[in-house]
Design a protein around this ligand. Structure first.
Ligand SMILES: [Fe+2]
Length: 205
C-alpha cells in the first residue's frame, strides 16, 4: 500500500493541528486507535495501515471549512504520493457512495463545481476496499472525548447538523458496517474499545 509511515502520518497530523487547532485531532486519534485495534483481530487488515489511515482521514481539516476538507486532504496526500491514504479522505464519510448523502445540503457545500463533479465520480466509480469500510466505521465510533457507540455518534451529528432524507439510510449503512466487522473479527467491535461505556454514557469516574 502506498501510505506514509506512522511517524510521517503523525507529523502530518501535527502540522494540520497547528494550522487549524480544535477538537477534531482528538477525534482523529481515537479513530486511528479503533482502526488499529479492529485490524489486530481482522483476518486480512494490517493494524499499522489501519492506524495510519485513521490518523490521516481528516487531515484536510488543516484548513477551516466543512465538506472541503475531504478534497483538501485528498489533494495533499495525492501530491505526497500516497494514493491509498488520499482515497480515504474522500470515502470516509460516504458509505452510501454518494455525495448527496452528506449531512449538508448542496447549497452549503464549499466546493467548486469541478470538485463536486470529481468527488461524485470518484465515489461512484471507486470499488470500496476493506480499509475504506474500516475507517467509515471507526469515524463513527469516536468523539473527541473517546470511543462511543454508533448511535451516540450519529445522534451527535444529527444534533449538530440536522437530519435529511438520507439519514435513515446512512444509519442503516453504518449498522451494516458494524455487523460486517463484528462478523469478521468474531467478537463485538465494541469490546475492543476501552472506555466506550463511560464515554457513551457521559460518565467519567
Ligand atoms: Fe473523522
Amino acid at each position: 500500500m502506498q501510505i506514509p509511515t506512522p511517524q510521517e502520518a503523525e507529523q502530518l497530523l501535527q502540522e494540520a493541528e497547528r494550522s487549524n487547532p480544535g477538537h477534531w485531532p482528538h477525534h482523529v486519534r481515537y479513530v486511528a486507535q479503533a482502526a488499529r485495534r479492529i485490524a489486530e483481530h481482522h483476518p486480512t487488515l494490517d493494524p499499522e495501515a489501519g492506524y495510519v489511515l485513521g490518523l490521516l482521514h481528516d487531515v484536510g481539516r488543516r484548513k477551516p471549512g466543512r465538506i472541503r476538507h475531504i478534497v483538501d486532504g485528498y489533494n495533499l496526500l495525492t501530491e505526497l504520493g500516497y494514493p491509498d491514504a488520499a482515497r480515504i479522505c474522500l470515502t470516509h464519510g460516504y458509505p452510501l457512495k454518494t455525495l448527496d448523502s452528506d449531512v449538508d445540503p448542496p447549497h452549503k457545500w464549499d466546493l467548486t463545481d469541478e470538485e463536486v463533479q470529481f468527488v461524485r465520480g470518484f465515489l461512484e466509480h471507486t470499488h470500496y476496499n476493506e480499509y475504506d469500510r474500516l475507517i467509515q466505521l471507526c469515524d463513527s465510533l469516536a468523539l473527541p472525548s473517546g470511543f462511543c457507540t454508533l448511535e451516540k455518534r450519529q445522534l451527535d451529528i444529527a444534533l449538530r447538523y440536522g437530519v435529511n432524507e438520507w439519514s435513515v439510510r446512512r444509519w442503516q449503512a453504518y449498522f451494516a458496517l458494524l455487523d460486517r466487522f463484528n462478523q469478521a473479527i468474531g467478537r463485538p467491535v465494541y469490546s475492543l474499545l476501552d472506555g466506550i461505556v463511560e464515554n457513551t454514557l457521559g460518565f467519567k469516574p
